[in-house]
Ligand binder design. Structure first.
Ligand SMILES: [Ca+2]
Length: 300
């Protein structure tokens, strides 16, 4: 960045010094153009550097080939159909029923889905101004976030009838419940803990992997004392210690979709539901044609 900035400064000075006095008007015009170009170039360079730093930070956060954080793989136990039009943003299993939240303004829903057939049993459409995000269950209620509307919705699990709404700060991405607090992600490395009745923020947790912040935490699932978070844009799930924020393991889910599954456009992995009885995970992604029941296994 420094050398490019120096190069532009130097070019600017050279141009200025070499312009003939007799072309003063022309000089003023060109100097202004160069100055404006310099400003634009600096903005572009600054933006690129900021993006690069964030990207590098994200990459280093889950590059563990030489690290001490264990990496897990998966074994597919069952493969089920999934609505390829569903832009999955949240997934959960409660009392044997699978619930899914879908995004995109004008297409956002909360739905109950038949696990084995993928058919939508019941669905509630959000208003066109809302982009559906994560969902969680608190007792007999489902809580649903929306992306940038700072608005959450509350429904009955039985019939998906809306029974309330609440406000929160910042963006809403993923949400899960640890039995005491709702845990919410917003795309940064910081998870928020909310009171499940007042929806007020009562705590925060920064997630880190071997000293680096882990950003882009997205869909969440609280599983046996750990927070599982899939990372936006990566086929990876982080296993997070809810007390320290430390990533204790990575689950590599690459290779779940085959070529046949990718014939139509698919988007990223984004759905984790835990089956308490079978101790397995249900996972899918945005526009994925399949839902997978998997078992987590050590990776060789
Ligand atoms: Ca979930």
């Amino acid at each position: 960045m420094t050398s490019i900035g120096y190069y532009i400064d130097n070019k600017y000075r050279q141009c200025y010094l070499h312009v003939d006095r007799s072309m003063a008007a022309y000089t003023i015009m060109k100097t202004r153009e160069i100055y404006e170009l310099n400003i634009v170039a600096r903005i572009i360079i600054f933006t690129l550097c900021a993006l690069f730093v964030q990207f590098e930070q994200a990459l280093s956060a889950y590059s563990n080939e030489n690290g001490s954080v264990p990496i897990f793989g998966y074994k597919v136990l069952n493969t089920y159909p999934h609505d390829p039009e569903a832009f999955t943003q949240g997934l959960l299993l409660n009392n044997g029923k699978l619930y899914e939240s879908t995004g995109i303004k004008g297409q956002s829903t909360l739905r109950e889905v038949d696990i084995t057939t993928g058919e939508v049993i019941n669905s509630h459409s959000l208003g066109d101004e809302y982009f559906g995000e994560g969902i969680s269950v608190v007792n007999t209620k489902i809580v649903q976030l929306t992306w940038r509307s700072k608005t959450g919705f509350v429904y009955n699990t039985a019939d998906l009838k809306p029974i309330g709404r609440f406000k929160y700060k910042g963006e809403g991405w993923g949400i899960t419940f640890d039995g005491k607090h709702l845990i919410m992600s917003n795309g940064t490395a910081t998870l928020q803990f909310l009171d499940p009745h007042t929806f007020k923020t009562v705590g925060e947790l920064e997630v880190h992997n071997e000293g680096s912040k882990v950003v882009m935490l997205n869909e969440l699932e609280y599983i046996e004392g750990e927070i599982y978070a899939n990372i936006l844009g990566a086929d990876k799930i982080a296993r997070i210690d809810p007390h320290t924020g430390r990533v204790t393991g990575w689950i590599d889910l690459s290779g779940l979709l085959n070529k046949e599954n990718k014939k139509k456009r698919v988007d990223v992995l984004n759905g984790i539901a835990y089956d308490k009885e079978n101790k397995t995970l249900l996972v899918t992604g945005k526009l994925w044609p399949k839902l997978f029941e998997i078992e987590i296994v050590p990776k060789n």
